[in-house]
Design a protein around this ligand. Sequence first.
Ligand SMILES: [Zn+2]
Length: 222
Amino acid sequence: MGVFQYPKGLHRRRLQPFPYKNYKSFKRVLQHEFVRVCVYCRTPDSVSPGEYYSFAVDHYRPKVVPKFKDLETNYRNLYYCCGPCNSRKNDYWPADERLGPFVVNPCEHDMAAHLRLNAATFEYESRTPDGAHMIRLLQLNEPDIVGYRRRVVETIELANLRRIELNKKLAEAKKKFSKGLLTAAELANVEAIFARSMSTVLDIIQCNDGTKAPRPLPRTVK
Ligand SMILES: [Zn+2]
């Protein structure tokens, strides 16, 4: 699935954390559970160092609503969420649950049925009233965040072009070496540059699309 795309179907929770008394203790587990992206705006936490610390644990059913008080440390009510979405969603819950509108989440809603990314403008488009509500409430098309999405996608594309270029340079050097046009030391030099640059390029791609492995989970998680 591409960066900033909403998932199709429902996410089934795969981790079983220790029943912590403080909901904040679930954060690292939630980062793994939701593959290090904000469940609401799909922003990865890996684009810049330390972003994990600006992410939060969201109570989907707000803990301030009396009937949801017991869900404060219930893992199934907790979601991994970026700082802006967390503060904009805040304690939102529909006044009438029969009418909505809801903020959709990946465990209870097929998010792709509600929202889609316009690949040309990098804005999100709504497919349902819930999707439209979510775009308004979480300000998903704020110009700064739209520009950010564009930069992230463009960075990945540039890194992929660089990857192709590096592979081509290495192949050319190997060909020259086989024809006796390059010494073994010269080829070794090209290979060393290739290894270093390629490792950085892959790191750029993985940090931007969120596929870079996060820090390991605590041992209390099955
Ligand atoms: Zn977010």
